[in-house]
Design a protein. Sequence first.
Length: 352
Amino acid sequence: MKIVEREFGNYDGERVIEYTLTNDFGMSVSCLNYGCVITKIIVPDRNGHFENVVLGFDRFEDYLEWSPYFGAVIGRVAGRIKDARFELDGEEYLLAANDYPNHLHGGQKGFSSVIWKTEKIEQENVVGLKCFYRSLDGEEGYPGNLDTAVTYLLSNTNELSISYEARTDHKTLINLTNHSYFNLSGNLKRDCSEHILQLESDRFLELGLDLIPTGKMLESKNTPFDFNQGRFLLSGMKSSHPQIVLAGNGYDHPLLFKKSGENTIMLSDKESGRFLRVTTDQPCVVLYTSNQLEGPFSISGVRARNYLGVCLETQGLPDAIHHPGFPTVILHPEEVYYSKTKYRFFSNTIGV
Ligand code: G6D
């Protein structure tokens, strides 16, 4: 188990460092102190070939210019907040309308684009990085001084766990996630359309024209949103289902887990033989198939194109503050926000 670091860039006069965690079996996870961005996750395929399975850039400048939240921790609130405003105890708070007219992923300068303080963790069977950030009262329009810690831990069972913890001195909102784009083919050899996704979910949130939840929970049965038996992502992308078309001919939807407590998501790629098992304590996962990734830039030498990666953003329900029926995203001063999502990688002839 080891952790090494290297200069990756400079941001607002602060050093950007890339930390690489490596376990005893060769799996490695690289991440930045900028946005807790995961830049690489390198795991073996069925033949033991170690390749990168997430979208990330080789240069810091590309993150500033092009990144649609590649690998980043998203906060204070993941997803959209309608009209970039909310009310708490009769007080109205105005947020950055960075996805006009709505607020998206924590605003103009959310958790994904700030420098976090870091502490290395080196133990016999685990190596990791603990990241800290204090979001001051009024930052991006949110009330309360919010202290957040995000801990990445890599084990010798090829599992990356991400734990989130936060405390506030004033009632505020919080809904954290990680926005990694997975592509199990390895080094972006193919897109994610042939990936198979499986999870226990019978409902998903209907989105309106501006991708804001309408508040309606739609049945997944007999639709491209039914993943209970496993489904190729392509079957959704090609569907004429109105919600698929609305999201840009793909998925961009919160899928609600059937049961409360811990839930599991399986993502697999037949050709490489790679499997990813995600385990989370969150009530939903926003499935985003990078429907809008096309652009005049390259990702580790591969031209940006739609469907090159799939996001599994485990989180609270988007725009929950405007939907009393959704699990709350309000954090009180006497509470501690805590959440954990684990990502365990296997390959079908070399499982650990
Ligand atoms: C688009 O609607 C999607 C979001 O879900 C995603 O997080 C973002 O692109 C990167 O806005």
